[in-house]
Design a protein around this ligand. Structure first.
Ligand SMILES: NC(=O)c1ccc[n+]([C@@H]2O[C@H](COP(=O)([O-])OP(=O)(O)OC[C@H]3O[C@@H](n4cnc5c(N)ncnc54)[C@H](O)[C@@H]3O)[C@@H](O)[C@H]2O)c1
Length: 413
């Protein structure tokens, strides 16, 4: 019901989208008065098969912007990588000489750049800022140029890190961590190998479905925060998520199978962006909470740990979100005898898609043992910022069922 919506949204100040449109970014930065960039990326982009960074640096130079390139980014950045990356930057220039940070890469490099944009400006250790609303003020302005269609970090208030001291991934959360400028050029995703395409693409679909089904804004617990990162689903987020669901179901398989298909890549880039518009306000819940626990246990990729839980979480929600899950079925292009049938079909269809893009569909296939299940449930429940938004409360029994079903590969009838 519209009348009970409580909308809170925080957005980047500029979004550029389109094939080849990355060239529009340096002149924009010049116009906005930026002069000295720290570029944060990884070795794929500075290696022999990619000209993305050399083209970017040349474009910045033409706009009168000096840049230094840190290419030590790694998948799933750790707290210690954030520390060493900041030190690398300080070994090459003083902290004051950088007036912005440019992240090029997938969600990992964007998250790393978010943390550097904080620690370059305010010093300290990344762990000083873990948690919600712990930044002392605005970090260095951040430009995000995603090269995958999936994570959506370019729109979110979070930076997700691996920590040696926690049982799940940890997060820095603050609306000031949202990038200021976002450049989405689907051409940059053409070089994604199938596994990266699959992991990121299922992540985007998860963001769309999970935020479509999450707690209503009316009931979302903001914890008294006047500047919340996430605040539950509303009419705007559902609109964005619905189109993201349609696009991801339509374009993930073609993008996975024929990486050079620019139409499919652009469909996924739109799908990922719209999913991020939704979840970066509505927030997420059980799939991500359990995925963080699984990632710490197995070190499997973020997308794959989401993918294995997504169908089983949808299945657990079939009776409390029946109309919404049936709507997801229609967005996926399915038909059914009635809503219950459609909901059943789309859960199975989602698991089939996970399988079709080469991701395991059971926890057993991840090497998880039966004795790991209790800890997965406990650690998932422990991600309280996500668990509190799960539509079934209290969540413990539902999490137990989801984890057991994901282990056995069981979907309800
Ligand atoms: N901050 C957030 O809100 C948020 C949200 C979702 C996910 N994440 C994080 O994002 C990470 C996952 O991001 P991801 O799925 O984008 O993958 P990624 O950034 O971890 O990259 C995976 C690999 O793909 C390579 N790669 C990326 N783009 C490429 C391209 N165009 N061509 C060839 N290779 C390419 C990278 O070099 C890397 O080796 C996880 O660490 C996850 O925790 C963060």
């Amino acid at each position: 019901m519209f009348s009970s919506d409580k909308v809170f949204m925080a957005m980047p100040s500029r979004i550029i989208f389109g094939s080849g449109e990355r060239v529009a970014m340096p002149p924009l930065l010049k116009k906005l008065g930026y002069r000295n960039a720290l570029v944060v990326t990884d070795k794929f982009f500075t290696g022999p098969t990619s000209t993305i960074i050399s083209d970017l640096v040349a474009g910045l130079a033409r706009a009168g912007i000096a840049s230094i390139v840190f290419d030590g980014g790694l998948p799933d950045p750790s707290v210690s990588l954030c520390v060493s990356a900041r030190q690398w930057a300080l070994d090459h220039a003083s902290a004051e000489s950088f007036d912005h940070v440019i992240a090029v890469g997938g969600g990992s490099n964007i998250d790393l750049a978010k943390v550097i944009s904080v620690t370059l400006k305010y010093g300290g250790h990344p762990e000083d800022y873990i948690g919600e609303g712990r930044l002392p003020g605005k970090p260095l302005p951040l430009v995000a140029i995603p090269t995958t269609s999936g994570a959506g970090s370019e729109l979110t208030p979070g930076a997700i890190l691996v920590s040696d001291r926690a049982a799940t991934k940890v997060a820095l959360m603050d609306n000031d961590l949202r990038p200021d400028i976002v450049v989405i050029d689907p051409d940059l995703t053409l070089s994604c190998p199938p596994k990266v395409t699959a992991d990121a693409g299922i992540d985007a679909l998860t963001h769309a479905i999970e935020s479509y089904l999450t707690c209503d804004s009316e009931y979302f617990d903001r914890g008294g925060n006047p500047d919340p990162g996430y605040s539950g689903r509303n009419h705007i987020t559902k609109l964005m998520a619905g189109e993201a669901i349609r696009l991801c179901f339509a374009h993930l398989s073609p993008a996975y199978e024929i990486g050079s298909d620019l139409e499919a890549r652009t469909g996924m880039a739109y799908g990922s962006l719209l999913a991020a518009f939704s979840y970066a306000s509505a927030g997420l819940n059980a799939v991500h909470a359990l995925a963080y626990a699984l990632a710490n246990l197995t070190h499997a990729t973020h997308g794959s740990t989401n993918a294995v839980f997504l169908p089983y979480v949808m299945d657990a929600l079939r009776h409390v979100r029946s109309a919404d899950i049936a709507a997801i079925g229609r967005l996926a292009g399915l038909t059914g005898a009635d809503e219950a049938d459609l909901a059943r079909r789309v859960v199975a269809h989602t698991r089939d898609l996970v399988h079709a893009v080469g991701i395991p569909t059971t926890l057993r296939q991840f090497g998880v043992q039966e004795y790991d299940l209790a800890a997965l449930v406990e650690n998932g429940l422990g991600v309280t910022r996500l668990t509190k938004a799960f539509p079934i409360q209290p969540a413990a029994n539902a999490y137990r069922t989801i984890v057991q079903n994901a282990f056995d590969g069981t979907l309800g009838d």
